[in-house]
Ligand binder design. Sequence first.
Ligand SMILES: [Zn+2]
Length: 253
Amino acid sequence: MSLSEHELGRYRRQLILDGWGPGTQEKLRNSKVFVAGAGGLGCAAALNLTLAGVGHIRICDSDTVELTNLNRQFLHPEQNIGREKTLSATETLRGLNSAIAIEPVTREINEESVAELVGDADLILDCLDNFPGRYTLSKHAAENNIPLVFAAIWGMEGRLTFLHPPATPCLSCLFPRAPERHEIPVLGGVACTSGSLQALEAINYLSSSRPTLAGRMLIMDYQTMRFQELEIARNPDCPVCGGRGQEGGQTGA
Ligand SMILES: [Zn+2]
């Protein structure tokens, strides 16, 4: 189905981007994205996917809005303290773009729920703040060949990469063990910028199927305003993805 008059108007300024056009916009409209987490990263990532016109966004979080969230989680207005984060975020996002479907799911992501929650998503955005949930998502993504955009923040630093083994590492290749859990120090701008970059990586993939951060970890230091990148590779002994893609001469690393 071609773009409606409303869509042609709403997306006019991106339709004139080099190499974009209606075909790219239709690709975004036909995409399903699973956003894991409606916190600092998730708010910014979901906002940018919404504005860009990604057609189906499922946003998943099991928490309610707390006062200490408000320095960064801008989709939640003050009066929504105590409400489910997914409902609060969805209400705001729907007010920004009625031309797409946004689906809130208030559930915890674990071994039992992950398959049903992710469903037939084309892409996963890992916007979580805990490693058990991140490992569960990454394992499900690797086993079901679903690409995943990983972002993490700590203090004034952010990290971002695209995971799709066997072409790239999985999360367990990069972090064999979960770091100790602490309360993460964070500034709103760090979460917003990192989540926005995460959404841009997703849009690049969905619009062209060319992930720009495959095999590279972008490290954003917001204190010095220096961005660096590291080459990252699969661990051939990784218990999650190590055996994948070895047949038929595909090492993919
Ligand atoms: Zn791995």
